[in-house]
Design a protein around this ligand. Sequence first.
Ligand SMILES: [Zn+2]
Ligand SMILES: [Zn+2]
Length: 337
Amino acid sequence: MRAAFYEGGGRFRIGETSRSRPEAGEALLQVRRVGICGTDLHIFQGHLDHRVPRGGVIGHETLADVVEAPAGSGFQAGDRVVVEPLLVCGACRACRMGASYLCRSLRVLGVDAPGGMQETWAVPVTRLLRVPASLSDDEAALVEPLAVATHDVRRAAVKTGDRVLVLGGGPIGALIAMVARDGGAEVAVSEINPFRVELLRSLGLEVVGTGPALAAHVEGWTDGDGADVVFEVTGNPAAARTMTEFVRVWGTISMVAIHAEPVPVDLYRFFARELTLHGSRLYAREDWDEAIRLAAEGKVALAPLVSRRIPLADLQQGMEEALRGGPVMKVLVDLRA
Ligand SMILES: [Zn+2]
Ligand SMILES: [Zn+2]
């Protein structure tokens, strides 16, 4: 069985591993597709070396087939499933509050514990969700990032008629924009990568640039009031510095991006306009259910976001290309290629 092992220093090694052995309460999976996301690029660059062990297996956006599952688990061989990649304690304050995805001892599969970049994988059945047959493998492989987006939009309480500005039109920004639009919001996405701009426009999304062009757009669009909700999805300090300019009185800013370092933010605007800022990370089970529903009903276009499928053997090259930020949206690793 092949797997990709993180070696540190921007290296992955494709090697052989024995077939995974499920323990009690676990199903054995045969992996079909694994998405590469921004978190994986952080791992690749060594930013998460305090969490990812040498020899660790990454991959947290996984579509797989069940090979075997415990009797009475509700799953059986042949089921096509996605994996909610979280191990939680179930007892800490966050878990008791219904925020187990923020568990004090949270372990993310594919970061802190082995993930999906291996041909066979043993996963607790409590972490599996069945996907409808109507979804293609590429679409189903995007359910995890779509659950991020449904969580972000739910947490920001986007309502029908809201004007929503999404800063950053990568995969998560694009998905947030489509989920918010399906919820009845008017949406604009700020993005400058030409490939992504064209792709977003092909999805019927309004795309604006950055800087003065963005400010002028929001001014005209909202009659000078500002947007109801702004999602910060770029992780760029310049976006954090200016995001407060685009929000109306009593408006909301949702911090979706990972800002690894403290960055300047205009706190005066929070005072002057009584703004709200909240973080948005990962997802609860209801966000997965909503993501699967939206995907199955065709409310969110997933297939166009897939730029490329690569075999596991090309992971190293795929990471390097993704990092260069060229003409790419989502890259999927096809474990059966
Ligand atoms: Zn991800
Ligand atoms: Zn907990």
